[in-house]
Write a protein that binds this ligand. Structure first.
Ligand SMILES: [Fe+2]
Length: 190
């Protein structure tokens, strides 16, 4: 849906530039809203011996991602555009599938979450690149998020890492394959 141009935007940007930035940010708003919900789903569905470690690791990530969502939505509004935060619009606009794992072991969820973070961070980095020339403030916002998102990704990967530094998810492609690879490696080393 082509958006109409904002009636105003931040000083020194044109309405066209404001609209372009808002469009990039709306996609990040969708992705991080989805991530916050997915993280809670994992928090509730993780089972097995590592339950408490993963259950408790996830909540601070949810809190941080929700703050990112709020900052993105308010930046869109600051740019003169209405942020869209409804679930129906999110599902309609998203280009990825719903998280596919229900009740499962910590290691399977972490394998899948590794893949989720790869997707979110890759797109967030692209959005940062796409705003680099246009708007330092939006770019700085996204870069700030990446500091935290990449740290959280490492927290996840540290559970999947061997003493030799290799990830058990290896070259597995996709959430299910990553979960299976992490699960298989965990069984083999048990
Ligand atoms: Fe909880």
């Amino acid at each position: 849906m082509a958006r109409s141009l904002p009636k105003y935007t931040v000083p020194s940007l044109s309405p066209e530039e404001g609209a372009k930035l808002a469009e990039i940010l709306q996609q990040r708003l969708n992705a991080l809203n989805d991530l916050a919900l997915t993280l809670k789903h994992i928090h509730w569905n993780v089972v097995g011996p590592h339950f408490i470690a993963v259950h408790e690791m996830i909540d601070p990530q949810v809190d941080a991602v929700r703050l990112m969502v709020d900052a993105i939505a308010e930046r869109i509004a600051t740019l003169g555009v209405a942020p869209v935060g409804t679930p129906g619009a999110l599902v309609k606009a998203r280009t990825w599938d719903d998280y596919s794992i229900g009740r499962d072991s910590a290691i399977a969820h972490l394998g899948a979450l590794d893949e989720v973070y790869v997707g979110v961070i890759t797109d967030h980095r692209q959005a940062a690149k796409d705003t680099e020339e246009l708007d330092d403030v939006t770019n700085d916002l996204l870069i700030g998020h990446l500091h935290e998102l990449e740290l959280f990704h490492w927290f996840v990967r540290a559970h999947l890492e061997s003493a030799g530094g290799a990830l058990s998810t290896g070259s597995a492609d996709g959430e299910k394959a990553s979960a299976d690879a992490a699960r298989a490696k965990d069984k083999a080393s048990a």
